[in-house]
Design a protein around this ligand. Sequence first.
Ligand code: 6R9
Length: 691
Amino acid sequence: FVSVQLVSRAVQQIWRTPQSICATRGYLHACRSFSSNEVKSAVTPAEITTTPIPEITDAFPHLQTHESIHKFSLEQPDEFWGRLARSRLEWQKEFQVVRDHDMEKSAFRWFPDGQLNVSVNCVDRHARQHPDRVALLWEKDEPGQEERVTYRELQELVCRMGNVLLECGVKRGDRVALYMPVMPLSVAAMLACARIGAIHSVVFAGFSAEALASRVQDAGAETVITADEAVRGGKVIKLKQVVDAAVAKCPTVRQVLVASRTGAQVNMGPKDISLEQVLSSASTECPPAVQNAEDLLFLLYTSGSTGSPKGVAHTTAGYLLYASVTHKHVFDYRDGDIFGCVADIGWITGHSYVVYGPLANGATTLLYESTPTYPDPGRYWETVSRLGLTHFYCAPTALRLLLRYGDDWVLRHDRSSLRVLGCVGEPLNQEAWHWFHGVVGDGRCDLTDTWWQTETGGIMISPRPSAPGAHINAGMPMRPMFGVLPVLCDPSGKVVEGKRVDGALCLGSIWPGISRTIYGDHKRFIDTYFAPFPGHYFSGDGAYRDEEGFYHITGRMDDVINVTGHRLGTAEVEDAMTEHPEVSETAVVGFPHPVKGEAVFAFIVLKEELESSQENIVADLKKLVRSQIAGYAVPDEIMVCPGLPKTRSGKILRRILRKVAAGQPDELGDISTLADPTIVQTIVNIYNTQH
Ligand code: 6R9
């Protein structure tokens, strides 16, 4: 369905060999492990339990191990997912059809004739069963001020919020943008959208007004929900001011609902509505909208290698089922557990493992408003101890930061409640893995390194669930989840079979949680994920399959970098910087950073006649990136150079710039295709004088 030419061009564009990725990410275990025969550390926890899957094992008693259930899920997907969908979800109308996929059009439908409401599945049915169980455990920025919201209270809040949205004229299928702190009202707002059939688009509250405006416009949102201010790590972020600046650029926005987080006085204009005021008079009953399984649940904008951030679209039943199944079986979630995922709700991890997965399973889920180091580097573990968390799911960058402060910050807090640790967002290097497992988990907790993406909706590869007695290898996600078939492809598009092989990490099966489209641009969806390796979903990552058949992630193969676990397109940073009137050209690459994972390195070429000094321009550029995108996108290094290494056809050779930024000028490789090979030496000389 795509021409051979298009495929080979796409493959060329995305292909960087795992070796070259490894060179730029040399400190990662995954890379080291397949360049040497180093013995990996295999840990066998005291007891590895396989959470029973009664839906499957009752009917098929011979299926007991993860491997056998996994095989069954791929061979009989209708049977497998049909059973789980019936037992795990409450349907308004039962489905007859499990899957309806058109690979030619990259159109995937799960349970297409079924109907269910996500808010009923996440709230009402648990409020019926155990109304007083805590649903949301809100760990506020200041330690010791936690608040609890029970399932009964959450149901009331969701209904009030749903009625407020209805009164504001929000209809089924309308997009509602959320720019909010991590607080119960934000979760209620997400679920209220689901209740009335509206589509939420949560924008991380650290994004700039520009970034918010472009997301609101792309989604055509008419309603924005925000708060007066957010507080994080003792610092106040003036959310409402950012929203005001964004809304000024968004003619579609009719109304802004403003929640109170700090109670600060904020400017209220004609479009602004005080949320607390309207909530207090709203009814606590709001009949759930009848939702088709394939109606959109939410959009979440994420960075790609080219163009502006894309609105990754997820639908109702398949997404919820996948979030629920993975939350249960990857984390071995059991009734009564207190599940702690410290991600912000503005990221997919917050959607799937703070909100939808845990609530679908009737869990008590943590809402963590603070940072890893506020008020001190023991905050995470003090929270674990005070709240009795059984699970702790976080990002490798936070662990790398915390381990530098020493073990004492961990050891002084009681962590005996913990049973399962997890990590997501970037490769978990050996040092951080051992620290997390040995120091935080006392060597007795399971540690699950989970690989997945905004587009996959839920966890795809992770060590658990494992066969009884199976081991966990340090620093790799290892085993595909149910329904997931990892496939490695070589640059020509051929599938690479066997063990001890690497390639582009693709998925050869379609699972219920897969994103259905990029909002408003299905062609981009096909071109990005399905055109590069026809018949497969391409993740953008590279992977290695080791001698045991387990998967290691080697890193991105495209122009996406991963800064503190946040995906960032180099093109986005370049676009922001080229807005500066004195900049003529820019090229942005990632380079290894001991804490952030990767940091941003910008090479810039200035115009001939300058009015400002170089220092001022560099300072302006940092401000520009902060205001156009977000703080985390600001380059650690900005290097002014007289030109960029380009091919004769004018393509910037980023491969060379990556080596320079990584401090490896001796490994530049072939530079003969450059229009002007001397520019490379000039750039290396400038780098050397500055380092
Ligand atoms: C959930 C999430 C996705 C990208 C992904 C990959 C990187 C995520 C990882 C990992 C190595 C892991 N990534 N988990 N790399 N090991 N366990 O992070 O989604 O923000 O869309 O990022 O993050 O590069 O492609 P998202």
